[in-house]
Design a protein around this ligand. Sequence first.
Ligand code: SF4
Length: 349
Amino acid sequence: MLDTQSTEKPLAHFKSKADLHKGANTGVSSSGEWSVVQIEALFALPFNELMLKAQETHKIYFPEGNVELATLLSIKTGGCPEDCGYCPQAARYDTDVKAEKLMGLEEVLEAAKAAKAAGSNRFCMGAAWREPKDRDIEKVTAMIKGVKALGLETCATLGMLEADQAQALQEAGLDFYNHNLDTSEDFYRSVISTRGYQDRLDTISNVRAAGMSVCCGGIVGMGESREQRAAFLARLANLSPYPESVPINHLVPVAGTPLAEQKPLDPLEFVRTIAVARITMPKARVRLSAGRQELGRAVQAMCFMAGANSIFYGEQLLTTGNPEAEQDRELLAELGLKTKQSCKAEVLV
Ligand code: SF4
């Protein structure tokens, strides 16, 4: 299938992909998998060296260097039975988020039209469910068909999916399904108890089997160690194939959630995380997601230098807010970054 931005040709500059990582003693192993130790070694590189490797990788795999704009609409907010420790939509936490019903088709299509008019390439519909019921799938497939007809790439994040549900979404025209691993397997239980790591992997596998592209990343700054961040990225990079989209969220501590008092991650460590994601998943769109607003312009600029090439754009980022679209356009223009024009999905398989 098609991968519109990566070709093997630019690699002619290098004897092998492992050359990209030469000097760090961190090349991909002969099995083609990344070990946690190799990824930790990338994290430990002098900052400028890590940034240079990330930029070299980015230039090879994304020679146009453009930035994808994705808009996220919460189509069903709050009241979720899960216990994700970072999430204000969990019904069990006392937060400002009020449970709402699933939005109607027309309302969703109006939001999609507005996102397209503002320059978005992808429209992602998020619902705070543990897993959708079959009647929910029927309603969401109508939304997918409508958004697709507007000429936007479509993405949905609805919780755990069974194989037949994934198939139904794919048949409706869904391009991407988002389901995050969130963090490393050994840190996972510190954050979530109502579903297991394997449940997440099973959903990702059902999405792949149905022929959709995978959007999968996580959240950093939840109190995990650097080793656990490395293990999280290793897990993503060793998925076969690795996700086409990798959203990296910077924890936004929300009052009322168990992580409300979590100390923020050092911004330079966040930039390192982006750089390591770029190096280990060179063809993926690495997306700056929640927490971007708190990072400020300078750190966001460093993230783009480190290889981030997708952002959530506009004001509708589930419940944590997002920089105004105008500010985003100004920042991208100031950095001389073009936006991705095509709405064609970049597929790795
Ligand atoms: S992250 Fe998703 S599954 Fe977890 S509590 Fe929030 S809405 Fe529910």
